[in-house]
Structures are given as C-alpha cells and as structure tokens.
Design a protein around this ligand. Structure first.
Ligand code: GUN
Length: 302
C-alpha cells in the first residue's frame, strides 16, 4: 500500500486563496488591509530568503508589507526602539523579528517587547499562555504547529480520541503542537504523548501512534517499523544533507531530508507529508492567517 500524500504546497494554495478573498472583502467594507512588518538583522542568507518569501507572500494576498532590514551591529536599544515604533503604528497588525538574532542581542528581551496583540509568530509568553488555556483564549497559534493541525484537518484525519505521539519537545514545534492536539475542539481532542532524547523506549511509543508528528531535527530518525500501519505521519524535519544543481534554475540548492525514512514509511503509513513540500510551505501560510486574524480582532470581526 502506498500512503496518501499530504501536500503542503497544495493546501497552501487553498488557504492563500481564502485569505486573498477575505482581504479583498475587508478592504471593500472597512477600507483597510492587514499590515505586516518583518525585521531582518544582518545578512544571514537563510534568513534573507525566508524574509523575502514572507514579504512576497504578504504582497500576493494583498497585505501592506514592510521589510525593515537593519545592520548586524544594531544595538539592542535601537532594536527595542524600532519594535516600539511598530507597536504604535496603527497600520501594522503583525510584527515579526526574524530569528536567529546576533549574539549581542537578547532574543528573549526582543520577543517580549513585541505587543502580544501584534505577535503573529505566537512566541510572546502571553500568547504561549493563551495557547495553553486553549479555546477562545487563543489569538495567534505559532505558525508551524498551526500549519500541522490545518494539514491534519484538511487531510480528513480523525483526531478525536486518536493516539498522537510527538517526537521532540522544542518551544517552536513539539511543546505547542502537543498542547494544541489535546485541547477541546476541531482537529484536536487527542490523547497525546511527547517523546524526546531522554525517552527510554521511543520506538514503542511511536508504534502506538495513530498520528505521528516528528520534529526532532535528525534525518531518518523514524524507521518504517516504528510506524503503525495506516497511521498519519507528519514530518517536520528539514535537514540539509548535501547540495545539488537545480534542474530548473541551474543554481546550487540544498538536498533536504526529513526526520522520517520517507521512501520506506510511505509503504506503511495511511497518509504522510513529503520533505520538501510538506509542512514547510505551511509555516508562512499560517503567518499570513495570523496577520489577517490580527486585523480582524482589531476590527471586532473575529
Ligand atoms: N526563523 C526561522 N523560522 C522562524 C519563524 O517562524 N519566525 C521567526 N521570527 N524567525 C524564524
């Protein structure tokens, strides 16, 4: 049996179309569009390409978008002042400071300075707390976990009462997705186990999973025999394992591998996300959704 592929590239298109339609409606009715600023410090090539894609996507769905690039030696005080400026800018609904930051800047201090009502990354402690409470308290679920949940829902996978096993306990993926899957609500109501580097019998836990979510950052960590036949497998890993020449552009590009041995796993799983083209495209998509939500909260229509 070959698993059904859950393609982030296709789901992204559906969601971006929905967002574009909503933005046009809001513009017509309220004469305003969502505003997103991405703050990029320095010239880290990976960060630059992420930010370029975020800005391009924001433009595509009709947002006002600002890319604010700052030199790598910007002082912490100047960066805090910049965040304060956007906190007080009425045309901006979402503020994103691209991570990682240079060593001389305290990441925690910067993330905590963003107005929680403009924190479309969902990284501010207030939004982490809101996520933990769940239900109508949640404003901005962090983008990668929100993308994972959306993929599971749109793939028609039953989550209520399902055994969900999350591999990895990061603040950005493992902990929030575990929390989201156990809440009451659509795409949730699951029984959740989190396994990590100190777990004694990771394989045994994984074998129980109806939905296996892997965010460990270790290529091919999950072997096919760890997968329950028919399970839904969500692979969050994006591991650079080499380089190749792109057939399309002729440029050198990274060879990416997930945390799951995809070729073998797809013969056992019921549904599975590929790498690339699975969870990856969902993160920026959900950033757009959060930015739109931010404006809707402000207008009192969400
Ligand atoms: N760097 C890599 N991924 C992300 C993300 O989702 N948000 C921010 N702010 N920085 C990142």
């Amino acid at each position: 049996m070959s698993a059904k592929l859950i393609k982030g590239t296709e789901i992204r298109e559906q969601i971006l179309e929905e967002i574009t339609g909503e933005v046009a409606q809001i513009k017509e009715k309220h004469n305003v569009v969502p505003g997103l600023v991405t703050i990029l410090i320095g010239e880290n090539p990976a960060s630059m390409s992420y930010v370029t894609l975020k800005i391009k996507t924001a433009h595509r769905v009709g947002f006002k978008e600002i890319q604010d690039s700052q030199p790598v030696d910007i002082s912490e005080a100047d960066l805090l002042a910049l965040i304060d400026k956007y906190n007080n800018d009425d045309s901006i609904n979402g503020i994103l400071v691209q991570l990682p930051l240079p060593d001389h800047i305290d990441e925690k201090k910067i993330l905590n300075a963003i107005d929680p009502d403009k924190d479309v990354d969902g990284f501010h402690p207030v939004n982490v707390g809101r996520l933990m409470i769940g239900g109508s308290e949640v404003k901005f679920p962090p983008c990668t976990p929100a993308g994972i949940q959306e993929m599971i829902i749109r793939a028609g996978v039953e989550t209520s009462g399902a055994e969900v096993v999350v591999v990895g306990r990061s603040n950005i993926v493992g902990k929030p997705i575990a929390n989201m899957m156990l809440q009451k609500g659509d795409g949730a109501n699951s029984t959740v186990t989190v396994v990590h580097t100190r777990t004694k019998n990771m394989e045994e836990h994984c074998k129980r999973a109806d939905i296996l979510i892997v965010a460990a950052g270790v290529p091919d960590l999950v072997k096919p025999e760890w997968i329950k036949p028919g399970a839904c497998v969500i692979d969050v890993g994006v591991n650079r394992v080499g380089e190749k020449i792109s057939e399309k552009t002729g440029k050198t590009i990274a060879i990416l591998k997930g945390d799951v041995d995809f070729e073998a796993a797809k013969e056992i799983a019921g549904s599975i996300t590929p790498v690339p083209g699975g969870v990856g495209p969902m993160t920026i998509t959900m950033l757009m959704k959060n930015t739109l939500k931010s404006l809707k909260f402000k207008l009192g229509i969400e």
